[in-house]
Design a binder for this molecule. Structure first.
Ligand code: C5P
Length: 316
C-alpha cells in the first residue's frame, strides 16, 4: 500500500473562559477555537513488524511513548484488537512546540485519521472523536477544525458559521525560549481565581449561552465588529512571563490589528487582521522590534478544516 500523508493544522483561541472545576479535576471551559493554516505533516507507511515507530525533523520532540502520535497509534491498535499492525511515521514539524497552538494534539488527531486510512479500519467520525477525547481535551477540535465553540473539557463542539468573519488572517509570534506548561497555567488559574469559579451546571450553561449569543460569535458570522478577545489563562500567565507582556504590547502597536490575544495557555500570541496582506504588512512594519526582541513570526490564514488526508494510500 502507498504512503498516507496527513496535514495537521494548528489552532488559536479566540475565546478561553474558565468556568469552574469538574469532579474529574479538569476545568470546565467555554472557548472558541479557530484553525489556522500553519500545519505539521505526517507521512505513514505500513510495516509488517508489529512496531509503531516515529521519527521527526524536530530535535526538541520525544519520539517515544510520551508523544501523542505514538499514544494515539497504540490506543487505536489496541482498541481494534489488531496488535500485529505496524507503522513507520515521519513527522515534519512546523508548529512551534509547547506554544498553546495544539500542535501535539493536532499531530495525535492526524495519527488517528491517517492510521484509520492506512490500516483500512473505517472507524467513522464518532469513534475517532471518542478516541481523540480520551487522548487530549483539544484533540476532538483538531479532528474537526474550522471555527467552533468548545465546551466541557474542550471536547464538546458546536460549529460557528464564520462566513463573514472579520478576522481572516493572523500574525502569530512566539519567543523561542519561552514555554508555558498547560497544567501549570491551569493550576495558577485555580490558585488565583478558584474562589470565583462557578459550581452549578445551570451557571455553566448560562455562560455557554452568553458566548453563543454574544458579540464574538455575532462578529464571526459577519454581524458586527470583533470585540475584545477574552483568555482567562492570559490574565494569570501574562504577569509571569516577560516576553508575553512585551509581545502583546508590540502587536497592539502594529498597524491594522482587529484584536490581539494569547493563544491557549501561551506563550504564543496573535493579532487578527481582515486579510493576509494586512497581516503581512503588519509583520513588515514590526520587523525591527520583533527581531530586536527575538520573536519568531508567522503570517497565516484562518483555516476552514482540521486534520485532512493529503494522500489516502489508495494510489498504486
Ligand atoms: O487534556 P490535556 O491532556 O490536553 O490537558 C493537559 C492539562 O491541562 C491537564 O492535565 C490539566 O492540567 C489541564 N486542563 C484542565 N482543564 C481542561 C483542559 C486541560 O485543567 N479542560
Amino acid at each position: 500500500m502507498a504512503d498516507v500523508t496527513v496535514r495537521a493544522p494548528a489552532k488559536i483561541n479566540l475565546h478561553l473562559e474558565v468556568l469552574g472545576l469538574r469532579p474529574d479535576g479538569y476545568h470546565e471551559l467555554a472557548m472558541v477555537m479557530q484553525s489556522i493554516d500553519l500545519a505539521d505533516t505526517l507521512v505513514l507507511r505500513s510495516t509488517a513488524d508489529a512496531t509503531i515507530r516515529l521519527r521527526s525533523d524536530s530535535a526538541e520532540l520525544p519520539s517515544d511513548g510520551t508523544n501523542l502520535i505514538v499514544r494515539a497509534a497504540e490506543l487505536l491498535r489496541s482498541r481494534v484488537g489488531l496488535p500485529e499492525l505496524g507503522v513507520d511515521i515521519t513527522l515534519h514539524k512546523r508548529i512551534p512546540i509547547g506554544a498553546g497552538l495544539a500542535g501535539g494534539s493536532s499531530d495525535g488527531a492526524a495519527a488517528l485519521v491517517g492510521l484509520d486510512a492506512l490500516w483500512g479500519l473505517a472507524l467513522g467520525p464518532a469513534r475517532l472523536h471518542g478516541l481523540a477525547a480520551e487522548l487530549g481535551s483539544d484533540m476532538p477540535f483538531c479532528l474537526e477544525g474550522g471555527t467552533q465553540l468548545c465546551f466541557g473539557r474542550g471536547e464538546r463542539l458546536e460549529p460557528v458559521t464564520a462566513a463573514g468573519a472579520p478576522g481572516q488572517a493572523v500574525l502569530l509570534i512566539k519567543h523561542p525560549e519561552a514555554s508555558v506548561s498547560t497544567p501549570w497555567a491551569y493550576g495558577r488559574c485555580r490558585d488565583l481565581r478558584g474562589d470565583f469559579y462557578l459550581d452549578a451546571e445551570a451557571d455553566f450553561e448560562q455562560r455557554r449561552q452568553a458566548l453563543r449569543q454574544g458579540p464574538l460569535v455575532a462578529a464571526l458570522a459577519g454581524q458586527g465588529p470583533l470585540p475584545h478577545l477574552r483568555n482567562d489563562l492570559q490574565a494569570v500567565v501574562e504577569p509571569e512571563v516577560e516576553s508575553i507582556r512585551a509581545g502583546l504590547d508590540l502587536l497592539r502597536r502594529g498597524p491594522g490589528a482587529l484584536a490581539v490575544a494569547m493563544s491557549g495557555s501561551g506563550p504564543s500570541l496573535f493579532a487578527l487582521y481582515p486579510d493576509l496582506a494586512t497581516a503581512e504588512a503588519a509583520r513588515d512594519a514590526l520587523a525591527e522590534p520583533l527581531a530586536a526582541l527575538g520573536f519568531d513570526a508567522w503570517c497565516c490564514r484562518c483555516g476552514g478544516s482540521g486534520v485532512s488526508l493529503v494522500t489516502d494510500g489508495s494510489a498504486p
